[in-house]
Ligand binder design. Structure first.
Ligand code: FAD
Length: 460
């Protein structure tokens, strides 16, 4: 049997790579990990965690508005630099914790870029060392994408730079309609930036429930985001006073920054996957089977680089399944059904299971339970904020197929609701749960009347 330097070599120490390396090392395997930037990867360094700090920072502005109607007089001033410093200190601490956990588990960490040069061989860029491994795990994540052919695109930033802007801009234009675009629009608008969201499609958050999309658009507009749909860019031009965004149909918007959140690509460039014979999908993502194994027997891939469901908890679960399969003789695959997701917009969205459209496509007619209401907290104010709650139910067996919330703490609520939806409970079992009063969440278990959209109700 050939002797390798490592039993496992992991390329990329992000959410998936760190978990896989740590768990594999804990089985006694000899594990090496390479990371070309900071340990922790996208989520910790330029994704979920810094983004959530920005959402918290931004949301205070709304809270101060609410507070006024409760008798508070707050003389608030936001210091962007102070915030960035506090955020960066915490991100560095977290990255340190991830590093310590890796090495404590016995994995050997290389702070450098790794590329494959042969099916079992990896070259480390800085030291020039070549190491060999019995098994290799690709966990290199994704990178933001900008349309290279757009004139002036070099003036546009992506989410990566948005975390480190030298100054808070006065005017921001964001391109995209996905969750990252919507979240950053909320962040900047909350921080007092004149914010415009431009999306080429008919509505934001493609793939989410249509009622959620419509409701959220209204809500973010009320919080000050200007939403422009059905437009793209002709060019971005630098002017004396900022950037001129030339949109289709002659619309022009001046801004200080323009951020493209128009998608992310699997990060497989120059990784040497061809040298190892690893096949890619047409999108450039690594092609894997349901056990995260590539077409090459000993090479595996997890997380965003496989472009299955690009979320941190999913990358982690894929890592756990990989270690069970490859190191514990317990073939395991992750079940992608009913993964809860959130959009940390303001207000946020929480969703689990099928949208109404998906459910109709699969099951035919479905029962809908829907409520829109003003949450108690804003009833002392003049703020016209509405919560949306929606359940999609299979009329044949009353199983809850999907739950969707737009409103304060939607993400926290949906994490709990996901337990019930994942367990496959019926609407009757759901309703048997007594309400907890007074909460926003209680509305979820008191949705008794089937919802008929006004246009259908008129026809009945
Ligand atoms: P990553 O975490 O991207 O890790 C890959 C690592 O590999 C990186 O550190 C990279 O530097 C390293 N690397 C790449 N190539 C090499 C190489 N050749 N050699 C050495 N190192 C290499 N998900 C959520 O669940 N919730 C959220 O709220 C959320 N918010 C997000 C917000 C933003 C702005 C972004 C961009 C993403 C967000 N995500 C969120 C998605 C989440 O961050 C990813 O799904 C997750 O980080 C994927 O983990 P991963 O291990 O696949 O890759």
């Amino acid at each position: 049997m050939p002797q390798y330097d490592y039993d496992l070599f992991v390329i990329g120490a992000g959410s998936g790579g760190v978990r896989a390396a740590r768990l594999a090392a804990m089985t006694g395997a000899r594990v090496g990990v390479a990371e070309e930037h900071e340990v922790g990867g996208t989520c910790v360094v330029r994704g979920c965690i810094p983004k959530k700090f920005m959402v918290y920072a931004s949301d205070f502005a709304h809270e101060f508005k609410v507070a006024k109607s409760y008798g508070w007089h707050v003389d608030a001033r936001f210091d962007w630099r102070e915030f960035l410093t506090a955020k960066d200190i915490e991100i560095a601490r977290l990255s340190g914790v991830y590093t310590a956990n890796l090495t404590k588990a016995g994995a050997e960490l290389f702070h450098e870029r790794a590329t494959l040069i042969e099916p079992h061989c990896i070259r480390l860029a800085n030291s020039g060392r070549t190491v060999s491994a019995d098994k290799i795990l690709i966990a290199t994540g994704g990178r933001p994408w900008k349309p290279a052919e757009l004139p002036g695109v070099e003036h546009a930033i992506t989410s990566e730079e948005a975390f480190h802007l030298h100054e808070l801009p006065k005017r921001m234009v964001i391109a995209g309609g996905g969750y990252i675009a919507v979240e950053f629009a909320g962040i900047f608008a909350g921080l007092g930036v004149e914010t415009t969201l431009v999306y080429r499609g008919a509505n934001i958050l493609r793939g989410f429930d249509d009622d959620v999309r419509e409701h959220l658009t209204e809500q973010i507009e009320r919080r000050g985001v200007r939403v422009i749909l059905g437009k793209t860019w002709d060019a971005i031009e630098k002017t004396d006073t900022g950037l001129l965004n030339r949109l289709t149909d002659g619309l022009e918007i001046e801004s200080d920054e323009v951020m493209f959140a128009t998608g992310r690509n699997a990060y497989t460039k120059d990784l040497g996957l061809d040298a190892a014979g690893v096949e890619l999908r047409a999108t450039g993502a690594v092609k894997v089977d349901e056990y995260s194994r590539t077409n090459v027997e000993h090479i595996w891939a997890i997380g965003d680089v496989t472009d299955r469901m690009n979320l941190t908890p999913v990358a982690i679960r894929e890592a756990i399944a990989f270690v069970e399969t490859a190191f514990k003789n317990n073939p395991s695959k992750f079940d992608y059904d009913c993964v809860p997701t959130a959009v940390f917009s303001q207000p946020p969205v929480g969703t689990v299971g099928l949208t109404e459209a998906e459910a109709r496509k699969t099951f035919g007619p479905v029962d809908i339970y829907l409520s829109k209401f003003r949450p108690q907290k804003v009833t002392l104010t003049r703020i016209d904020e509405r919560v949306l709650m929606k359940l999609v139910v299979d009329p044949h067996n009353q199983k809850i197929l999907g739950a969707h919330i737009v409103g304060p703490e939607a993400a926290e609520m949906i994490q709990m609701a996901a337990i019930a939806v994942k367990a496959g409970i019926t609407k009757q079992q759901w309703d048997a749960t007594c309400a907890l009063h007074p909460t926003v969440a209680e509305e979820m278990v008191t949705l008794r009347e089937r919802y008929i959209p006004p246009e259908l109700a008129a026809a009945e």
